[in-house]
Design a protein around this ligand. Sequence first.
Ligand code: SF4
Ligand code: SF4
Length: 252
Amino acid sequence: MLMSTPRVSALVFTIPLSMFCVCFCKERKYLRKLILGPRHLCLFLFFETGSFCVILAVRKLKQKDGELAPFSITPEQWGNFLCTIFDEWVLNDVGNYYIQLFDSTLANWVGQQPGVCSLAKYCGHTAVMEFNGDVYACDHFVFPEYKLGNIYQKTLVEMMYGKEQETFGVMKHNSLPQQCLNCSYEFACHGECPKNRFMLSKDGEPGLNYLCKGYYQFFDHVAPYMDFMKKEYLAERAPANVMEWARERRNK
Ligand code: SF4
Ligand code: SF4
């Protein structure tokens, strides 16, 4: 963590639509801001237990047949969603509510390893084991070509540090289209998760992330605040000082 010990932790992450069933909401300020979104943006949970807080957002993209689900979030909606939460957070909650994606963005801004694999330069640390002991490179890539072995035949260390997993890990960066390599925010985005890279770049190259536009909007929106927090962090001051700066900036 880049900031002081968290009193409350917050995460923004995605789950399949089918997992949504109940909504508990004691703390309503984020909900109030986000309820204005379309159907999949309205569907999120906000648990507030005093020690742990979670925001879940639906971002279902592809169906089994490989087609984009009709209710999938658009890149623009994803960008608006992130910016809306960020605007609330940067004014009031930095250092109190830890939002994984924002924390990881700041980590990339200051040259540290982000806490979420999707914003890391390389993959390879989120293998998954099936009920029968088969281990795969990632829970988003449970396909025969990404099988690392079986726990009854190989140790986890052998599989996680083997050549196959290394190749899978570096593929995230090595397969980026030129548009990403030229992007001002490549250092923060890294093309996001390869599972979402099924679009053509503006030059017609395959492998652009479907959510590119939304991520670009988000990184562009938060850049001044990230620059400020980076300056504070490097000067060994609290990045949370950004809240006061953000309020002054907003009132100008
Ligand atoms: S494929 Fe996606 S989910 Fe898997 S390790 Fe890479 S970034 Fe993370
Ligand atoms: S914002 Fe778009 S172009 Fe830039 S690195 Fe991310 S996916 Fe690539």
